[in-house]
Ligand binder design. Structure first.
Ligand SMILES: O=C(O)C(=O)C[C@H](O)[C@H](O)CO
Length: 294
């Protein structure tokens, strides 16, 4: 999506972002060059779609899985900040990305042969109930074919048609995922969970193998075949903008796992990156990498 980030004094800075794209962008920065990071979605044939595609390519992201649709364009969102906590306004009802599951043959083709596939609750929320099923079925087949599938539940209540549809959609997404990346405050709102262990139990019952439950700036509750443990939160002094905290967490977690780090180490790296990202405005923070920090 086009991102309009508050630059102060009534000005907005135009960027390109969106939860799954943010994760791809951070993964690209974290992974060795010889690894490919691609982004699959639909864009329009207009100028802003071309600019977005050029931006992705300039950032080293493979865009061969971007499908171009005539008479559509990309979505737009604006970030408003209050004490560092962000809220979003969206213009996306006709966005090209909503058509991502409209062509099952194309979908199967772009999912084939990938090592890791990543999608989110927002990916599902913008689709029709039927398209959600088509996408999840395709991801389930890719998983059966050997891909590791990761799902960030990333809750955006406003994007779902009803709370029931949201719960069903999240459960469907988790049912085709090996790694589920939920945030406890969101799970509390959506499912009424009283503790991270309840969140873990639900996604475990869906078939997940690894579930790190994020908890804002608090400790992480992590579950995998070694059991449940709590990892202390990364320390940070201030929060400027929480946008992309979860997205960068997901990128560092999956990049850590892909690089062969232990699940605990990958989770620590993920918390450390998210704690840096929230010190800056906007979703993508190149400054973090400019000094060689990760
Ligand atoms: O909320 C969305 O749909 C977005 O993708 C905008 C932001 O980039 C995203 O929420 C950050 O996680």
């Amino acid at each position: 999506m086009v991102e309009m980030a508050d630059a102060g004094g009534g000005l907005y800075r135009r960027g390109f972002a969106g939860d799954t794209f943010n994760t791809a962008w951070y993964a690209r920065r974290l992974l060795p060059e010889e690894w490919s990071v691609g982004y699959g979605s639909c864009i329009g044939t207009d100028a802003v779609s071309a600019e977005m595609c050029a931006f992705m390519e300039g950032e080293g992201i493979d865009t061969s899985a971007l499908r171009r649709l005539e008479h559509r364009t990309v979505g737009l969102y604006m970030i408003s900040l209050e004490n560092g906590e962000r809220s979003f306004s969206y213009w996306r009802s006709q966005s090209a990305a909503r058509a991502v599951a409209d062509d099952p043959a194309w979908l199967a083709d772009v999912l084939a042969g990938r090592d890791i596939l990543y999608f989110s609750g927002i990916t599902l929320a913008i689709l029709t109930a039927e398209a959600r099923r088509v996408l999840c079925d395709a991801l389930g087949r890719a998983r059966a074919g050997g891909a590791l599938v990761a799902f960030d539940t990333n809750l955006r209540e406003r994007l779902w048609e009803t709370p029931e549809a949201m719960r069903e959609g999240l459960t469907m997404g988790a049912s085709v995922a090996d790694v589920v990346l939920p945030s406890f405050d969101e799970e509390q709102r959506a499912f009424g969970d009283s503790a991270p262990e309840e969140t873990i139990a639900r996604y475990r019952a869906c078939g997940a193998k690894i579930v790190p439950v994020k908890n804002g700036g608090g400790d992480l509750t992590l579950w995998d075949d070694k059991g449940t443990r709590t990892l202390p939160a990364a320390r940070f002094e201030s929060v400027v903008d929480t946008t992309a905290a979860g997205d960068s967490f997901g990128a560092a977690f999956l990049a850590g796992m892909a690089a062969g780090r232990s699940v605990d180490d990958a989770a620590r790296g993920a918390m450390a990156l998210a704690a840096r990202v929230i010190q800056f405005r906007g979703a993508l923070v190149p400054q973090i990498f400019e000094g060689g920090e990760t």
